[in-house]
Design a protein around this ligand. Structure first.
Ligand SMILES: Nc1ncnc2c1ncn2[C@@H]1O[C@H](COP(=O)(O)OP(=O)(O)OP(=O)(O)O)[C@@H](O)[C@H]1O
Length: 253
């Protein structure tokens, strides 16, 4: 078993007066793709923010690459691509990637490779503000890739992308993991779960289960992972009196 890149212990996070994450314990393996899945509002973004160190932890801890989440030495090792725009609309694609690359001493080759990795070579000189939604989000990804992070945290990176681009991006993620990068990718598209080695299933701020896609299909009694997830949720809600009791280890207390 590979070493953990992320370890959360007794993690609670509140935002304002609302308790969003309510006691999570899990580990994310190095050099793998871990999917963070759950319905809208389940706490995926909040958890990612905690991992990259931009969200105050209320109780418990998160360790990232062996250090406390958010600590200064992690700055060059952790990449985070948010759902919101993080690039400069008035700069070209190339200038944006160069700008983010400069913070990590990236070479001209790194810049060109990152642009190529997201399929934006023909848009290199175009202003970011003139890109389509999907191109714009791929540019955000290129800006994170240029730093060659050891851990890449991606919040819904395939939203707004067509099926071809979606597939290409997942191939890219698989290649990166094969090269040793750890990826934590959130999505609410359950079919994307099949690309991941491990899945964290969040619901209402609790970890419903951590399992492989094959285990999800088995425990949720369907090869359609969306249906399997829904079945697991129903089982957890029915509790031990249902015909399909949730295993104790699957339900966070
Ligand atoms: N600043 C805030 N103050 C209070 N509550 C917040 C704040 N930000 C988010 N929340 C609430 O926290 C909950 C979890 O939000 P979060 O963005 O982590 O969910 P998510 O699983 O990423 O959702 P989505 O898939 O829709 O992006 C939501 O109910 C949201 O309304």
């Amino acid at each position: 078993m590979s070493e953990a890149a992320i370890e959360a212990t007794g993690l609670h996070i509140s935002r304002g007066r609302t308790r969003i994450l309510r006691g999570l314990d899990f580990a994310v393996a190095s050099g793998r793709i871990t999917g963070l899945l759950g319905p809208s509002g389940s706490g995926k973004t909040t958890l990612m923010r905690g991992i990259v160190g931009v969200q105050r932890i209320t109780r418990g801890s998160i360790s990232v690459l062996g250090r406390q989440a958010g600590s200064a030495p992690l700055r060059h090792d952790v990449g985070y691509v948010t759902q919101g725009a993080s690039v400069y609309s008035d700069l070209s694609v190339e200038a944006n990637v160069k700008y983010f690359g400069a913070m990590h001493k990236a070479s001209a080759t790194d810049v060109a490779e990152s642009i190529a990795a997201v399929g934006l070579e023909s848009f290199a000189k175009q202003k970011a503000g003139n890109l389509s939604g999907g191109e714009f989000s791929r540019l955000s990804l290129a800006c994170a890739l240029v730093a060659h992070p050891k851990l890449l945290v991606l919040d819904e990176p395939t939203v707004g992308l067509d099926p071809v681009l979606r597939a290409e991006l997942w191939e890219r993620f698989v290649d990166m993991a094969a090269g040793g990068t750890t990826l934590l990718v959130s999505s609410h598209v359950m079919e994307e779960a099949s690309h991941c080695s491990s899945l964290l299933l969040l619901r209402d701020g609790l970890l419903l289960a951590q399992l492989t896609p094959a285990e999800l299909a088995e425990r949720g009694r369907s090869n359609d992972l969306e249906r399997a997830f829904l079945n697991m949720i129903k089982d957890a809600e029915r509790g031990p009196d249902s015909g399909h009791p949730a295993k104790k280890s699957e339900v966070a207390s």
